[in-house]
Design a protein around this ligand. Structure first.
Ligand code: ZN
Length: 204
């Protein structure tokens, strides 16, 4: 097979994307080359816009664009009294798609594990506390995964929030062990939200 450097380089990059290996990468590249005006040029321009305009909000951890600002925590059309804490943006998207939750999101951008204490500073906990005060939040729902890291993180947040008067609840234990929020089907997610348990009494 021909080894064209530009193509080889792009195969390497595309293969780093989720669910795509070198074979899919080659098919994608051929499709792009055969559709320069319809796909390749608009995609190039979209990627440039994405790079330039879209970034993580440093208050809530969700995505914001230069054009709209953060529609999760700054320019919200409706006021809510609940915040749902998730590990990553894919989790936020899954919960939004299920339509079970009406409220703000707080995206940690990862988890902490027992051996990885330095991550605690990166999880936007300070800004979570600020948001709870500023927006008069009544309930924080911890929607971290049913993994050891997810549960350690939930416990750490619960502990960090004990000085606020907010109600803290956690998704129901019906979550499959090891279950990551983004991979749950809507039914499981909806029942985990409906049957969420309040946690705060443990610290009284
Ligand atoms: Zn935000």
């Amino acid at each position: 097979m021909q080894k064209i450097p530009e193509i080889e380089e792009l195969i390497k990059l595309i293969s780093k994307l989720p669910s795509l290996g070198p074979k899919s990468a080659r098919r994608i590249i051929l499709k792009l080359i055969n559709n320069r005006d319809e796909i390749m040029k608009p995609m190039l321009s979209s990627l440039k816009d994405l790079l330039k305009n879209v970034s993580r909000c440093n208050l809530c951890g969700s995505l914001k664009s230069i054009e709209t600002g953060c529609i999760n925590c700054e320019n919200v059309s409706k006021k809510f009294n609940k915040i749902c804490v998730v590990e990553n943006i894919a989790d936020q998207w899954s919960i939004e798609n299920s339509s079970i939750f009406q409220g703000y999101f707080h995206v940690l951008g990862g988890t902490i594990s027992n051996s990885n204490n330095q991550r605690k500073g990166d999880l936007l906990i300070e800004s979570l506390i600020e948001r709870i005060k500023k927006d008069n939040i009544e309930e924080v729902i911890l929607a971290t995964s049913a993994t050891v890291e997810g549960q350690t993180t939930a416990f750490y947040i619960q502990d960090s929030l004990k000085k606020t008067n907010v109600i803290i609840s956690k998704l129901a234990q019906g979550l499959p062990v090891g279950g990551e929020i983004e991979n749950l089907d809507d039914g499981t997610l909806i029942s985990a939200f409906k049957n969420r348990k309040e946690l705060d009494e443990k610290f009284d």
